[in-house]
Design a binder for this molecule. Sequence first.
Ligand code: ATP
Length: 598
Amino acid sequence: MQFQDVHYKVAGKGGSSGEKVILDGITGGVKPGELLALMGPSGSGKTTLLNLLSGKIKSETTGSITYNDQPYTKSLKRSRIGFVTQDDVVFPHLTVKETLTYSALLQLPSVLSRQQKRDRALNVITELGLDRCQNTMVGGKFMRGVSGGERKRVCIGNEILLNPSLLFLDEPTSGLDSTTALRIVQLLQNMAEEGKTVVTTIHQPSSRVFSKFDKLILLGKGSSLYFGKASEAMLYFSSIGCYPLIAMNPAEFLVDLSNGDVNDKSVPAQLDDDKFPNLCHNSQVRVSGFNVLAFQFLVEAYRLKVGEADRKPASVLNGKVEITAGEVKSRDFEATWWDQFSILFQRGFKEKRHEYLSTIRVVQVIAIAVVVLLLWWHSDASSPQKLQDQAGLLFFISVFWGFLPLFNSVFTFPQERLMLAKERSVGMYKLSAYFAARSACDLLLDLTLPILFLLMVYFMVGLKSSFSAFSLTLLALFLNIIAAQGLGLAIGAAFMDLKKATTIASVVVMSFMLSGGFYLKNVPGFMEWARNVSFNYHTYKLLLKIQYSCSLGRSDVECGFIREMGVGSGGLEVGALFVMITAYRLLAYLFLRKMKLY
Ligand SMILES: Nc1ncnc2c1ncn2[C@@H]1O[C@H](COP(=O)(O)OP(=O)(O)OP(=O)(O)O)[C@@H](O)[C@H]1O
C-alpha cells in the first residue's frame, strides 16, 4: 500500500473559511510482511490517517492511496481489509468460541460447509492463543469476562477469519499493561511475517514494543515528522541534531519531540531567532509547554529530507465511493438469507436471554404480580363499583405489558449500533435478515414473562375462569406486546441514542396512558389520534370485551363507559393492533436503513 501527499481537512464552525487541517501531506508506504506503526501524541491525526488508509473516510481528502497500485474498491474492503477498532465491539454474553464461530458462519464463503467454518474459527482460536478461555464469556464494561488482552485478541480474531491481506488496528494496546501489549504486538508481528500487511496506531509503546515495528510514521499536529524504518528513526533525529540527553525509551523520545517537548533533549543550536525569524517572537516560542520553534524545525527538517521534488501533485481522491447501507446491496452475501436469519437469531438469543430472563426481571414481574394479587384478591364484577375496580385492573395489565416491552426494545438498536455498523459496513448480512432475527428473538423472550404473570394473577382476581377467556386474554396481551415492541424498536432506531430514545419513549408512553380512556372518559376530539395509535387503548377495550361482553348491556347503567367500550366482537381492536404491529415495525426498519454506517 502506498500513500502520497495525503491531506485531510474538515469544515470548521464558520464554514469553509474556518477549515481545520487534520492531516497535512502525509506520504508513506508499507509492503506485505511489514508492520507499520502510526505514532504520535493524542490528537496528532493517527486515527484519521488509519481511517483514510483503510477506506473508512473518503470525503474532504486529497492525495493518492493505492493498494497494489490500484485505487480503493468495495471488494477490496470486503475481502482484503480487516479493521480492528479502538473500542472492542463484541457481544459481552457470548463466549470466545461462540463469538468467533458465529462470525465465521456469517462471513466465510458458502463453498465451505458449516463444519469447515466452525473449524476455521477453532484454528483462529488456537492461532491467537485463546484455547484456555474459549468457553469464557467475552464480557464488557458492566460484566467481567475474559481479560482485556484476550478481548482484544478476540476482536483481532474476528477480523482475520477471512484471512485479509491488510490488517488495520486502532490503538490495539490502549488500556493494557506492558506485557499484554507486547504479546499483542508480537502477534501482529507474527501475522506480518506470515505475509500480511499490518498497520497500527499506537500511542506510546514500550521500547520492546517499539522494537517490533518494521516501519514508523511519526505524526505531530497532522504533519509527518518521520517516515521510514523504525530502527532508523533515532539515527535520523540525531542526524538533524536531536537526541536524548538521558537514557530514554526511543518511543518516549519521539513522542516528546512530536509534542514539541525538548526537555532533557539536545536540539540544534540554530533553533534560534535568526533561523525562523517569523516565529521568533519570544512569547510565541513556548505555548503551554509546546515548543513551537522546535516543532516547526522538525516539520521543516522532514520536508527537506523528503524533498519537494518527490512530492507529486495532489489528485482528488474522494467522494466516489461512499460506504453506505445502499451500497452493500451489490455485494455477494456469503450465507443465504435463511442462514443469516438463523445464525443471527441464535446469536441474538444467546446474547439477550441473560438480560430478558435475568433474576432481576423475573423478580420484578413476580413482585408486581404479588402487589396485584394483594390489591385485587378475589375481586369480582358483582356490582358496578366492583366492575369499575376490575376494569382498573385490566387497564393496568394493558399498560404494564405495553410499557415494559416498549422500554426493553428501545434499547435494542442503540445498544447494537456499533456492532451493526461494523458488520453491515462489510456487508456481512442483509439488514432485513438482521431485523427479522432481532425482532423474532426479542419476541420470544418478551412473551415468556407475561405467561408467568398471567398464570400467577388471572385465576385469583375474579376474572372469567374459563380456558377460552384465559387464552384470549393471553393472546390480547401478546398482540399488545408485539405492537409495543415495534414502537420501541422504531423510537430506538430513529434516535440511535439511548438518552434521547428513552426520553421520547417516556413522553409517548405517558400520552398513550393519559389518552387511553381510563383517567378521562371524554377525550377531546383533537386528542383522539393519540388514543387511536395507542396500543394499550385497543388492548384495554379488547380485554373488557373478553371479560364482560356477555354480562353487560343489562342494568349496569353506572358503568356505561365499560359497556360502551366492552361491547362488540373485538375485530376492530384486533385489526387496529395488527395495523400498529405492521406500521411500527416498518417504521423501525426504515429508520434502521437510514442509519449511517460510519
Ligand atoms: N470530523 C472532525 N471534525 C473536527 N475535528 C476532527 C474531526 N476528525 C478529527 N478531528 C480532529 O483532528 C485531530 C486528530 O484526530 P485523531 O482522532 O486522528 O487523533 P489521534 O492522533 O488518533 O488521537 P488519539 O490518540 O487521542 O486517539 C484532533 O484534534 C481531532 O479533534
